[in-house]
Each structure stands twice: as C-alpha cells, then as structure tokens.
Design a protein around this ligand. Structure first.
Ligand SMILES: *Cc1c(COP(=O)(O)O)cnc(C)c1O
Length: 433
C-alpha cells in the first residue's frame, strides 16, 4: 500500500488525487517534475501546534521555519493561520514581507548574518533578531547606535543536548557552529554583554536541538537544561526571560518505518515540562515559542515525475529514470535521506520487483530511492514521491541547466500555481555577454 498523506487518494480512474485534484491532469497542465502541496494538510499541521498551545492557555508563537519551503503564497497562508516565520537571510525577509507577513512576526536567525542583512532587518522592522555570536552582538549594536534605534532580540544558546538520537548525548550538541555554549560559560558572558547594551532589548533565550526528532525526550532534556541555566541567571543577575524559544525539529514520516509524534503531543510535552520546571524552581512561566519547519510542510508535499528510460543489468540492478532528481530533491544525495514512492497514474496488480529510482542529472549519486518494490512500469507513467514538501524545492538548483519545476497548491478541488516552472530564458537571465 502506498503511503498516502492528508487528502491524497486514488480516484475512479486510478489516478492519484490530492486536494481533490487529479495529479495526472496537473502533470499535463504544468509539466513534470511538479511539486503539489496539499493546503488542507498544511493548515491542519499548523493548527495542530497553534491550537494546542491556545487550548492549554499558554501564551505562544508558532514560527514556521521558512527555510523548509517558502514563497509568497506560503507566507500568505501562514498569515491566514496566525503563524509567524523564521528567516535566515535578507532574501527570506524580502520574500516574507512581499508575501504580506507582518515584520513584527518575523524572527531572524543565522550564524553569520552580514552587516548588510542586519541593516536591512532593522530597517524593515523585523520583530526579533536571534543573536548567535559575539561578533553579531557588536555588529548589531553598532548598527543600532548609528540609527539611534532599539531592537528586540533573543540569543541562541547550545544547551548541550543532542536529540538526534533516541538516547541523547548530553554533550553532543556542544560541537556546533550555532549559538553560545553553556558549559564553557560563553552563554553567561553573552547574556551580560546583551543586558548591558542599551540598544538591545533582550526578550529571552532560544535553543534548537536538532532535526527529524521522533521522541519528546530530547525536548524534555532541553527544557530541563534551559530552565536550569535560566534559573542560575535569575539568581546571579536578577534577570528573568519573557520568552523561552524551544526551536523546531519535530519529526515527520518519510517512509513506513518513521513513526513521528503528532504536533499536539510535542506541544503538550514541552508545556508540561516548562510548567514542572517553573514550579520546581519558582520561576515565572514564560511565553513559549517554537519553530516547526519540516513538520508543517514535509508531508503536505508530493513530487510528480514522469518515468523515462530503464536499464536492467541482469542479476545486478534495475534502474528506472525519472525526469527530475537531485535538482529538485538533493536530500537523498546529500544525506542519504529515504523516501517512499508509487505509480500515480494507475493501480497495478502485477508482481512487484526491486528497482532503483534515479534522476536525469549527470552524477552517479543522483539517486532518489535506492531500493523500492514496483510493478512493471513504462515510459510515460507518472511516479509520485511523497513527503517531499520540506527542503526539496527550497534546496532546488539548476545543475546541468535543468529548469526548476513548478509548484502548485491544491485545496477543495482547486489548483493554484504558486511558483511557475522556469524557462530557458530564466536560465540565461543572469548571464552577461
Ligand atoms: C532549521 C531550523 C528550524 C526548523 O527545523 P525543522 O527540522 O524543519 O523543524 C527551526 N529553528 C532553527 C533555528 C533552525 O535552524
């Protein structure tokens, strides 16, 4: 059985439909590869986080990490759902504002924000800048002084919790290019420096412990560690945070073997842990912010490809090529990410056999799915890869001068083009003679 998410199902023509739209029709209309986003699914995930906080009566901000996927239409959708957004470049700030995102709901991350980007963020009125390092404290302070402005900031700390694995290692995350390290005392040094700066209005502390996290344990360990540090700072400097930002990284389902928790479960676990620690330490309960990226957008996205050539090496391998690959989804090549896929234009009862799905790019590493059981397929068949909504299009590239695919949003039987497919003219648009 194929792994179907959200509104995805097969219609009477045995075509995959998403949001009530026939993907074979969409493929014909927009060309393949094609990213199809199930808007109802995006809304459901966004609400899963937001409404759980609200129902618990906890002041919160759910901030979508735009690096997972962003475009004007996506920011419009976030505005509708009452989410903020996290950006990591001036380009993302520009897009967010063009998409109608209120600057106050934008938070700016990054370990090497340039002077130009910080000036742009301050001028645009970006709500929160998350300071990552000492260089940035000085740079931002100097910019603000020059403009005689104040800026709301948080600072990112690495609490020394690595939630990448189920049995988290308490020192693992220390070796990171991001944030101020707690164990060596750098975080405390940063706090003193920021508090002493009249241009910086410190709102709270941030941490982000990893990605594709499947259990609540890592977050609980991070909450404990964060609250311990915050409490030390309360005692030492009489400083209490208004906001505790626990970052993103909530896991999603890529293949049958992934077993992620629902957004509601993560939110409840975090809130309960913060409450317990606050009671234990007699700390006043802060506003809680989170930054889900993948968990809002990954499962909502499906890529539709057209199958082309096949190569059978007897007793070795059966390769099936599709008309996209590492240009529209570099994750399998980049970090061996696993995906699931299936025939999207018919239901076959023929005997499946193990095949490898590869792209059309000139790299042997251009593999989309290493091993998958598929019935016999032929050129022209449509192949769907599910859960491609995060870090797919946003990492897309023009390798081999292939054009980037189109992106459509589908909802209630309506399709809406939100990013058009590139043209050959686009490919030479930046070339100078
Ligand atoms: C990447 C990132 C996120 C989002 O991570 P997901 O795994 O997509 O949820 C959130 N916060 C920060 C600081 C990040 O770098």
């Amino acid at each position: 059985m194929p792994l179907l998410f959200g509104t995805a199902e097969f219609n009477e023509k045995e075509h995959l439909t998403i949001g009530g739209c026939d993907t074979a029709v969409l493929a014909e209309k927009y060309g393949t590869p094609l990213f199809v986003y199930d808007v109802a699914h995006i809304r459901q995930r966004a609400r899963g986080f937001k409404q759980t906080f609200n129902s618990l009566g906890v002041k919160n901000k759910v901030i979508y990490a735009g690096k997972a996927f962003c475009c004007i239409a996506m920011y419009k959708l976030l505005e509708e759902e009452g989410l903020g957004c996290d950006v990591v470049s001036a380009g993302e700030i520009y897009t967010a504002i063009k998409g109608g995102m209120s600057p106050d709901n934008i938070e700016f991350h990054g370990n090497n924000k340039t002077k130009e980007e910080l000036v742009y963020a301050v001028e645009q009125g970006v709500g929160t800048i998350i300071i990552d390092n000492f260089y940035e404290i000085d740079l931002l302070s100097e910019i603000l002084k020059g403009k005689d402005k104040k800026q709301k900031v948080m600072f990112r700390i690495t609490p020394g919790v690595d939630a990448q694995t189920h049995d988290y290692i308490l020192t693992g995350q220390v070796d990171s290019k991001f944030g101020f390290d707690v164990n060596s005392g750098k975080a405390t040094e940063a706090l003193e420096k920021i508090l002493a700066d009249e241009h910086l209005i410190l709102q709270g502390a941030h941490c982000h412990i990893g990605s594709q996290i499947f259990s609540a344990e890592g977050f609980l360990a991070a909450v404990e560690k964060m609250m311990l540090i915050l409490n030390e700072w309360k005692n030492q400097f009489d400083y209490t945070v208004n906001i505790l930002n626990m970052g993103g990284g909530f896991g999603v389902k890529y293949t049958e073997s992934d077993d992620p928790l629902e957004p509601e479960v993560f939110v409840k676990a975090i809130v309960n842990a913060v409450k317990a620690q606050c009671e234990l330490l007699d700390y006043s309960f802060p506003e809680i912010w989170i930054e889900p990226g993948r968990s809002i957008i990954a499962e909502a996205g499906t890529t539709i490809y057209t199958i082309g050539s096949q190569k059978v090496i007897p007793d070795v391998r059966h390769y099936i090529s599709v008309d996209g690959g590492m240009g529209d989804n570099i994750r399998p090549a980049l970090y061996d990410a696993k995906y699931d896929g299936f025939l999207a234009n018919r239901i076959s009862t023929e005997k499946p056999e193990e095949v490898r799905i590869v792209g059309k790019y000139c790299e042997s590493g251009d593999v989309l799915i290493k091993e998958i059981d598929l019935p016999p397929v032929e050129a022209g068949d449509l192949f769907a890869i599910t859960s491609t909504g995060a870090y797919g299009y946003s990492m897309a590239n023009n390798y081999n001068r292939n054009v980037k695919p189109a992106v459509v949003f589908v909802e209630n039987g309506q399709d809406k083009l939100v990013i058009r497919r590139e043209t050959y003219e686009d490919l030479i648009a930046l070339d100078c003679e």
